[in-house]
Write a protein that binds this ligand. Structure first.
Ligand SMILES: [Zn+2]
Length: 262
């Protein structure tokens, strides 16, 4: 369904003058219609339920599989977030099927996602560990220098080419901010079991060309966390906290991966 673009993430910056004038006309027409109708163009949020198919993820003490809980949580996110007309929420998988990390990133980039959130559960050898962890991509020094070099040489081209593995770098500071907002909101919700967002070299996030985080939404090695995440009312509060942080983030940054005005 989504054609692979293995080497680059390309964004068209400029077209011919005729096409540009025509696009401008359509944009003005659309803006006028939107203003008259009181509508905004929705931000695209891609939710990514981790694992699936033969990849079960963590097996919880009560026998549930992480892949199923991830899908349950992501569907709740989609349900709660989609009620806001400013957000258009799409899932990388809607059922129990296996997807590679690369396929997940390709979906987000091809959809011009404005935000990407991967949903997982945590594992710990210490059964008392509870709560949430929000991850963002922490670039290495060598990746930052390759990216700066690329930017200084390629800025006058009509098409900006970014190697697949550097796709996250332009959005990395925003991803860190989003992770902090989400972690703070979830800490407030959970109260007792709070932590800090964690920067990691996560392969999945490195390939996504918009602010991107990975949320571990509970510890499946803790029986109380497992019981809680299976409770629909708890998941609703969880999704509402995520939605509020996302709206805060998007309105603060007025972020738009595709360049359109939200
Ligand atoms: Zn996982």
């Amino acid at each position: 369904m989504f054609p692979d673009r293995p080497e680059i993430v390309a964004r068209h910056r400029r077209r011919g003058a005729g096409a540009y004038r025509y696009s401008l006309f359509l944009l003005l027409l659309w803006l006028s219609a939107s203003l008259l109708m009181g509508q905004r163009y929705p931000w695209i949020v891609v939710m990514d339920p981790g694992h699936g198919g033969d990849d079960y993820g963590i097996r919880a003490g009560q026998g549930s599989f992480e892949k199923d809980i991830n899908l349950l949580v992501a569907r709740d996110f989609q349900h709660i977030l989609s009620a806001d007309p400013a957000l258009d929420v799409l899932l990388t998988r809607e059922n129990d099927r296996e997807l590679s990390l690369r396929e997940r990133a390709i979906q987000a980039n091809n959809l011009s996602a404005d935000l990407f959130i991967s949903v997982h559960c945590a594992f710990s050898n210490r059964r008392v560990d509870r709560g949430f962890i929000v991850y963002f991509f922490q670039p290495e020094e060598s990746q930052l220098s390759s990216f700066h070099e690329l930017r200084s040489t390629g800025s006058h081209q009509d098409v900006r080419l970014v190697p697949w593995d550097l796709a996250q770098l332009p959005a990395a500071p925003a991803s860190r901010d989003l992770a902090t907002r989400l972690q703070n909101a979830l800490n407030r919700m959970h109260g007792k079991y709070s932590g800090s967002p964690v920067g990691e070299q996560l392969e999945l996030l490195s390939k996504v060309a918009c602010p991107a985080v990975l949320i571990e939404c509970c510890f499946l090695t803790n029986s109380e966390d497992e019981r809680q995440i299976m409770d629909p009312f708890y998941r609703r509060r969880f999704a509402e906290a995520v939605r509020d942080s996302i709206m805060d983030f998007l309105t603060t940054h007025q972020y738009s991966a595709s360049g359109r005005q939200p």
